[in-house]
Design a protein around this ligand. Structure first.
Ligand code: NAD
Length: 444
């Protein structure tokens, strides 16, 4: 099928590459000229396992192309994906400026019937709004005879495994009441869901809410586990034992019950705020979700609070090694990352951060520039040079195997604060290190 994709971020680009890879002809459009120039040379603007090769192959095979010309994309694609950003507005609601702007632009170039597929995460009612805006624009331009159909098709990929999630989806949600549109989407996605029950059809509004409900559920599990971890710490219990104990119950399972220094990224915090706003505006506030958000805000500061307790004389002049800047492994994305809360709090106190991340070093430089209290180190072990203590914020595989004797030798105060519970406390204690995880009992 001929498909166009507006927006070449995590969602649009990965989806476009995956669709091209199974044989669809995909044209991507972005307003970011530099991004498009790079993509035309097969250089992806983001780091995702498998993405680079997929773009390269499909560009060469002629199934994938990139442009800044919206008009070309509207002529090319019978199906047009909208995958632009929906950043939070000042009041927490999703800002639909880009989604509605793209809609107007698409309508203005339409010369034949088109199906718009909303991939962006949007509040309930957006599909109707998109349809109304497109209709308005078509009528205004005297093209009222053209049909525009709108499908809500929220995306569930996870950064760090985006390609795999796209080509092996657990489910594909299609929000549309129109039989012809449902058939179009079923044909488009057939290569990804050979078992038909992966395609779940519903109305637009339910599809829009499904995306927010999924993120709300996952965030709730994390915040509950983090609160239990903080309680375990007070009670002298081991949250990792508790996690294994409850995860073995198939009604609970092991997903999203890892205690840590909070969630971040471009989706959970933003989507929670947007859903909370929707709920308040509709007169049905979500009290539980409000707490989930508040718990996360404080949890991201737990590593810093532990440092504060350990240095009652203050952190000014201290040098803190930091492993992990990205909000999670296998991505360079630092949006709302717990590492940022830690660094910014340390800087306010006059401490220096010596940081390393396998992917997010340039992103960190882009965000914070050059400053005396930020040293970006070439390797994990370089961060330990002249450092007083080590904090771990991201559970990268590259941090799992560590020479604890070296840590004990290098760190002036022999102190490790682990925001992701990566290590065996006994091993660190045996090496002479003081080790504080999240919800772990102290080893004497
Ligand atoms: P992003 O910010 O990485 O990318 C958005 C892209 O859209 C940018 O490249 C931007 O230049 C482009 N754009 C903006 N206006 C445009 C226009 N008028 N025409 C063409 N391109 C335009 O965003 P993302 O992370 O890919 O997220 C996109 C949407 O998908 C958001 O609603 C997000 O909440 C949702 N989502 C994201 C993820 C994720 O893990 N990142 C997962 C599921 C859903």
């Amino acid at each position: 099928m001929d498909v166009s994709v507006f927006g070449t971020g995590y969602v649009g680009l990965v989806q476009a590459a995956a669709l091209a890879d199974v044989g669809h002809r995909v044209l991507c459009v972005d307003i970011d000229e530099l991004k498009i120039q790079q993509l035309q040379r097969a250089v992806p603007p983001i780091q995702e396992p498998g993405l680079s090769a997929m773009i390269d192959d499909n560009l060469r095979e002629g199934r994938l192309s990139f442009s800044t010309q919206a008009s070309d994309a509207v002529i090319h694609g019978q199906l047009i994906f909208i995958a632009v950003g929906t950043p939070p507005d000042e009041d927490g609601s999703a800002d639909l400026r880009h989604v509605l702007g793209v809609t107007r632009e698409i309508a203005s170039h339409m010369q034949a019937d088109r199906t718009l597929v909303i991939k962006s995460t949007v509040p309930v009612g957006t599909a109707s709004q998109v349809e109304a805006v497109a209709r308005d624009e078509l009528d205004r331009l005297g093209k009222g005879q053209l049909a525009v159909r709108v499908v809500s098709n929220p995306e569930f990929l996870k950064e760090g495994s985006a390609v795999n999630d796209c080509i092996r989806p657990d489910r594909i949600i299609v929000g549309s009441d129109d039989e012809q549109t449902r058939a179009q989407l079923a044909e488009l996605y057939a290569p990804f869901c050979r078992s038909r029950d992966k395609l779940i059809f519903m109305d637009n509004r339910s599809a829009e809410l499904t995306k927010y409900a999924a993120n709300a559920m996952l965030a709730t599990r994390i915040s509950l586990m983090n609160e239990l971890a903080n309680l375990a710490e007070q009670l002298g219990a081991d949250i990792e034992a508790v996690r294994r104990g409850i995860g073995s119950d198939p009604r609970i399972g092991y997903h999203f019950i890892y205690p840590g220094c909070g969630f971040g990224g471009s989706c959970f915090p933003k989507d929670l705020r947007a859903l909370l706003h929707t709920a308040r505006a509709s007169g049905q506030p979500l009290r539980l979700l409000q707490s989930v958000q508040e718990v996360n805000e404080t949890q991201r500061l737990v590593p810093f609070q532990k440092l504060q307790k350990l240095y009652p004389e203050g952190l000014a002049g201290k040098s803190i090694a930091l492993w992990g800047l990205a909000f999670k492994p296998n991505t360079d994305d630092m949006r709302e990352a717990p590492s940022r809360c830690l660094m910014e709090a340390l800087w306010r106190e006059g401490a220096t951060v010596r940081a390393f991340d396998p992917e997010a070093m340039s992103e960190c430089r882009r965000l914070y520039g050059y400053r005396d209290d930020l040293v970006l180190c070439a390797t994990r072990d370089d961060t330990l040079q002249d450092a007083d203590a080590l904090v771990i914020c991201t559970e990268w595989k590259a941090f799992r195997v560590v020479d604890f004797a070296l840590l004990a030798h290098k760190l002036r105060d022999r102190l490790v604060i682990d925001g992701r519970n990566l290590y065996n406390p006994q091993q660190l204690a045996a090496a002479g290190l003081r080790y504080l995880g999240i919800g772990l009992p102290q080893v004497a």
